[in-house]
Design a protein around this ligand. Structure first.
Ligand code: C2E
Ligand code: CA
Ligand code: CA
Length: 566
């Protein structure tokens, strides 16, 4: 029989150890310690696969234990989950910086604890698999340098850079180091305009220059494509000179296109932080100035760290939040301003976080759009809307169409239409009750595919709305090619119609054009009576905005519809 992995539970309160031991005794061989010092003795004398450690303990606390584990090469890879009090966000952040894999809050919720442990172990397994794969790959390589060096530029590749940089920083702990992350602006243009050899020449020259610049004390690596990273003592870095020298080196290649490098700098404070995370931070600083031609470099600071930690928390919690139904929908009614009746609504997602309360989508939607989770969240929202519509029909209440947001990532899924058709069939709904809002960025990215999808949606009976119309650059052009049923005019226009003559002119032109093209209009973001009056004057009847109602929870929306008679 396969031996069970060993879990070490370190907590000074016996009852806590007993509870946790009960959760895991089937899957793990449990070892207990009453403080950090006992735990450390165990770790150094026997095999341990995972540690659950309380932060507050006598003799040696959880921070010290964590620091020791992560500092020691032989134990650093053991995942450590720390246990914190429910309200203690600061200690979570501190523990995370020291290398904790995750947290568990007290009092323990068995499902959460099990889920977290399982996630951590799954991550570790993936990591092992990756390491194993790399080791296997290495065997196939005749020469060690093939594994360590980037084949094009012959400086360190990403993996080697991570390893060597960590070694270098550990070997000279008394010195302060920086990580510099560099990226060429519009490298793609160079590849498009010139032959591939030219692009390669640029990369090789840059690598050569970086290697010379960091000298004996530093390290240079190529991370991917046109991204490079340097690790060097802080007092040796003169970033402006470095960039200037790089500019003239690039000029000397005689390419008729400016090759400009941009840099993000992370001053290393904690040398135990994994180097890939240091690079992420430097990269994050770099992203702040991308497309901003006034600045060539940026230094990572606390505010960026907070954004990153916030993002990490969001990513960590999202799966569980969806399982636990922490996401819910709010509905914002759309009114016909002539009759003052509700003619529709938009479903807007909210995250009811157990610690942070109601979180607005502005903080998590962009994160989910980056990591793809938005596709699942959107489906959750659509289903919630369908369920609500079904209930309204069944209870004999009035039913108006509800719009849902369809994030651009959905359009990469060929089965999207099937999925939606199945969904409305499952709830016995006419497709026109579920309106689909798409934004124009989706069009800019992939016009042909989007046009095709929209055509199919409409053929299948769904109504398609163009969200945030007028906020992008290509609105008019897009309208010519992409027939939609309804334009949702961006909030910025409604906001300005009572103060800006230009906004009024544009607004009126959009309304006329939409009418001529036989499209409906919804105006978003209407907050005041003068705005409403102006819109009435030019024939905009359908209004969504705080003037009538903010987005409200479902029961309130249902009560409102029953009261006002939609
Ligand atoms: P959106 O689709 O343009 O939604 C309209 C946003 O404007 C909502 O913000 C709404 O609360 C706000 N709003 C409505 N009337 C007014 C007004 O009179 N004044 C002002 N100042 N604001 C008003 P919310 O709920 O914070 O949503 C923000 C954005 O998050 C949405 O913009 C949408 O892009 C995204 N989002 C929300 N829910 C979902 C979802 O389920 N899926 C996807 N993919 N995106 C969503
Ligand atoms: Ca929308
Ligand atoms: Ca909108």
């Amino acid at each position: 029989m396969k031996e069970k992995p060993v879990m070490l539970i370190a907590d000074d309160v016996e009852i806590n150890r007993v509870i946790l031991a009960q959760f895991f005794q089937d899957e793990y061989q449990i070892v207990e310690a009453a403080n950090g010092a006992e735990a450390w003795d165990i770790i150094t004398s026997q095999k341990v696969n995972i540690v659950l450690a309380d932060l507050v303990m006598p003799v040696m606390d959880g921070y010290e234990l964590l620091t020791r584990i992560k500092r020691h090469d032989s134990y650093a890879s053991i995942p450590v989950l720390v246990m914190t009090a429910r309200t203690d966000a600061d200690s979570e952040v501190r523990a995370m910086e020291l290398g904790a894999s995750d947290f568990v809050t007290k009092p323990y919720n068995p499902t959460v604890v099990r889920c977290r442990v399982r996630n951590v172990m799954a991550r570790l397994e993936n990591e092992w698999r990756r390491v194993e794969q790399i080791a296997k790959d290495r065997q196939f390589c005749e020469l060690r340098r093939h594994v360590e060096l980037d084949s094009l530029t012959e400086i360190y590749n990403r993996e080697t850079f991570y390893r060597k940089a960590a070694e270098r920083m550990q070997a000279a702990k008394q010195r302060k180091f920086v990580i510099v992350y560099l990226d060429i602006s519009c490298f793609k243009v160079i590849n498009d305009l010139f032959r591939m050899e030219t692009g390669n020449l640029v990369l090789k020259t840059a690598a050569y220059y970086f290697k010379a610049m960091v000298g004996q004390e530093g390290i240079a690596g190529r991370m991917e494509a046109d991204h490079f990273a340097l690790c060097m003592p802080k007092d040796r870095l003169q970033i402006e000179q470095l960039l200037k020298g790089l500019d003239s080196t690039m000029k000397s290649l005689g390419i008729s296109h400016h090759v400009l490098f941009y840099a993000g700098i992370y001053p290393v404070e904690n040398t135990y932080l994994p180097v890939d995370q240091m690079c992420d931070r430097a990269h994050m600083a770099l992203n702040q100035i991308k497309g901003n031609y006034m600045h060539r470099y940026a230094v990572y600071d606390e505010s960026m760290r907070e954004v990153m930690l916030e993002e990490q928390m969001i990513v960590r919690d999202m799966e569980f939040a969806l399982q636990e139904r922490q996401f819910c929908i709010f509905l914002q009614p759309i009114y016909d301003q002539q009759t003052c009746k509700i003619v529709g609504a938009e479903a807007l997602v909210r995250w009811n976080h157990p610690k942070k309360g109601m979180i607005s989508p502005a903080s998590f939607i962009p994160v989910f759009e980056r990591n793809g989770f938005i596709v699942r969240l959107d489906r959750f929202v659509w289903e919630e809307v369908c369920r609500l519509l079904r209930q309204r029909i069944q209870s004999g209440g009035s039913v108006t169409p509800v719009s849902v947001n369809v994030s651009r990532l959905n359009f990469y899924n060929e089965n999207l239409l099937n999925y939606l058709q199945e969904l409305v069939r499952k709830y016995g709904l006419q497709p026109e009750l579920l309106r689909l809002e798409i934004t124009e960025t989706a069009y800019t990215e992939n016009p042909r595919q989007l046009i095709e999808m929209v055509r199919k949606f409409r053929e299948a009976g769904f109504q398609v709305l163009m969200d945030d119309f007028g906020s992008g650059y290509s609105s008019l052009n897009m309208l010519k090619n992409l027939p939609v049923d309804i334009l949702k005019i961006d909030m910025a226009f409604a906001n300005e119609v009572d103060t800006s003559g230009r906004a009024r002119v544009i607004m009126k032109a959009i309304v006329n054009m939409a009418q001529d093209l036989g499209m409906g209009i919804v105006t978003e973001g209407v907050e005041t009576k003068p705005q409403l009056d102006y819109l009435a004057g030019i024939g905009c009847r359908n209004i969504q905005g705080y003037y009538f109602s903010r987005p409200i929870p479902v029961p309130e929306f249902v009560a409102l519809c029953d009261r006002e008679g939609a």
